[in-house]
Design a protein around this ligand. Structure first.
Ligand code: SAM
Length: 265
């Protein structure tokens, strides 16, 4: 089944819909659930890992609005911004906050109408992180984001879907170069580099559906996304350890997702 106007193919798994399923949403189809369930057979904690990633995002956005005075967000690889979304979190603290959601999954764009209708400060744009200049040049991005004021660039749980051949490090650099001092980078990235069994199951499950996952990156390779920035406390750590306020953070899943927040000085 394909919606020709938006190119939504529900015969193949969609990453935004899979993530929606992982978070307990209803905007997903059997093909999406099948791939998630295949991974969950090896690590049932993947649902909790997705939740922990989203909770990191919520804490980071809250910090940025409350402590850093940021009110512009460029959220790349946003997923379906339906639950605990960035604009709801940011605007609850600062009603003037502006958010542009960008994703290359047409399912996200299909939800744009219902999401942004009646809102002046939220946009949804179809775009590819690996083509950063096209995102920066998009008129809807430029209409909402003032590139002379600090911006929060969110790249949360998305860069492991961008292959080395497309040089995600260079893409991040292009995006950061367009932002003024005082801007921040919020980033998380799956790393299965030291997890043989889970890495094998996950790779095979994605490969069968012709989706490339680049979770073999090490912590050091992920840290390179922050080159030239001031990595704020507590540094690059697992999502559950990032300012979670608990003395002994829980290990919710075998899956490792590193997370960090950095400032451009
Ligand atoms: C795991 S979800 C993360 C959602 C949200 N950022 C979060 O962490 O809560 C990953 C999202 O990245 C999107 N994505 C994958 N590759 C992308 C690319 N090259 N450009 C833009 N979005 C991409 C997927 O469609 C999916 O919606």
């Amino acid at each position: 089944m394909t919606d020709s106007s938006l190119q939504i193919d529900t015969t193949r798994p969609g990453l935004a819909r899979m993530y929606d399923y992982l978070l307990g949403g209803t905007e997903n189809h059997p093909v999406d659930r099948a791939l998630v369930d295949e991974i969950a057979a090896t690590d049932p904690g993947v649902f909790a890992a997705a939740r922990a990633n989203r909770d990191f995002l919520i804490r980071a956005v809250t910090h940025l609005v409350e402590e850093a005075g940021i009110n512009q967000f460029l959220d790349l690889g946003s997923g379906l911004p339906t639950q605990d979304n960035v604009h709801a979190i940011a605007q609850a603290i600062d009603p003037s906050a502006r958010v542009v959601y960008v994703d290359n999954d047409a399912t996200v764009a299909a939800h744009a109408e219902s999401l942004v209708s009646g809102r002046d400060n939220v946009e949804v744009v179809l775009g590819d992180v690996a083509r950063p200049q096209a995102i920066l040049d998009d008129p809807r991005v430029r209409k909402l984001i003032d590139f002379d004021r600090p911006v929060a660039l969110l790249l949360v749980a998305v860069l492991h879907f961008v292959p080395d051949a497309e040089d995600p490090w260079a893409a991040v650099r292009v995006l950061l170069d367009a932002l003024p001092a005082g801007s921040h980078l919020v980033l998380s990235h799956v790393s299965l580099a030291e997890l043989d069994e889970l890495a094998g199951t996950t790779d095979r499950a994605f490969e069968k559906r012709s989706i490339e996952l680049n979770a073999n990156r090490t912590k050091e390779q992920i840290r390179r996304f922050f080159d030239g920035l001031e990595l704020l406390e507590p540094g690059l750590v697992e999502t559950t350890e990032w300012r979670s306020g608990t003395a002994a953070p829980r290990k919710v899943s075998d899956m490792v997702i590193y997370a960090g927040l950095a400032r451009k000085n």
